[in-house]
Design a protein around this ligand. Structure first.
Ligand code: GLV
Length: 309
């Protein structure tokens, strides 16, 4: 049996080495060199071209090299009767929490204003708000959202969380469902998007949602670009309603040159760096997913197709 591997990132060699070290008895077929397709029983992939998986007659399961599975689920020919596993790696949760804490603290402490003051060599202390008086809303309370909540909680922020279905999480006021979204947005001065990209979340943060946020609020997006309507965000910033945004995920990546986000004075752009997957730790998780898939055991973190993640 053989494993199909596809990694379009520039550290593909490092990924392959880590996978081979974790699964030394397995043969990896590197896309597009499939060899005999009937020998491939598991795929470990990221952004594999559509239609490839459906051409693998012995496929027992698919493992994603990243946390999000939206690109896999967009394949119209995706086999729907085998486990598709998300990568859930505690190290990636820590990385996400670091990014979110950095973005939240940046805006909380007004570093955006001080960066601007520096360009004018202007020395002025602005009024401060304490963390205990600042409410941060986390949209998406899965493993990533919960790790971010733990870390932001340690920093003293007041936290509210919003998710698809009801959750109970210590020290986080939890809300759920579309009907409760506006209330969550109204209550927070910093809103962090950690949602998966699904039919329900695409374009969720549009003009109406942005208007629900209080004046001078901040938006942080570290999940997927499609969740935010770009033009509506720019209008909300330009009108002075929102104070700023930190964006790590975009509808098109790399963010095309000339896109208005690049030059916008109130937007901080990072090149999709929040929660990068880590080959060494991921390889151990993927080895376990391989074992479970081949032994027809329950594979952890498999996608619920009807839910879309
Ligand atoms: C990155 O965006 C991931 O889904 O892991």
């Amino acid at each position: 049996m053989a494993i199909l591997f596809h990694c379009p990132w520039d550290n593909a060699d490092q990924w392959l080495a880590a996978l081979q070290a974790a699964m030394p008895n397995d043969e990896f077929r590197i896309y597009p060199d499939l060899g005999k397709v009937q020998e491939i029983d598991v795929a470990m992939v990221w952004r594999l071209p559509h239609g490839v998986l459906s051409g693998l007659p012995s496929l027992l399961g698919v493992c994603s090299l990243g946390a999000g599975v939206d690109a896999l689920l967009e394949d119209p020919d995706l086999p729907r009767n085998i486990p598709i596993a998300r990568l859930v790696d505690p190290l990636m949760m820590d990385r996400m929490a670091e990014y979110v804490c950095a973005a939240v603290l940046h805006h909380h402490l007004g570093f955006d204003d001080y960066n601007e003051q520096q360009t004018r060599q202007f020395w002025q202390r602005n009024p401060t708000t304490d963390a205990r008086d600042r409410t941060v809303a986390l949209l998406g309370m899965g493993q990533m959202g919960q790790r971010c909540a733990e870390r932001l909680g340690t920093l003293g922020f007041k936290l509210i969380g919003w998710s698809r279905s009801p959750k109970k999480i210590d020290d986080v006021k939890c809300f759920h469902g579309r009907d409760q979204l506006d209330g969550v947005l109204q209550a927070a001065s910093i809103v962090v998007i950690l949602l998966p990209s699904t039919e329900q979340t695409i374009n969720l943060i549009d003009k109406v949602a942005l208007n629900a946020m209080p004046k001078d609020a901040i938006l942080v997006n570290c999940s997927r670009g499609e969740i935010v309507v770009d033009d509506d965000l720019i209008s909300a910033l330009d009108s002075g309603h929102l104070r700023g945004a930190t964006l790590d995920a975009f509808r098109q990546e790399p963010l095309p040159s000339g896109h208005p986000f690049w030059q916008h004075p109130k937007i901080c752009v990072t090149p999709h760096i929040a929660s990068l997957s880590a080959p060494d730790t991921a390889a151990l998780i993927l080895a376990d997913q391989l074992h479970c898939t081949r032994n027809r055991q329950r594979v952890a973190n498999t996608v619920k197709l009807e839910q879309g993640y």
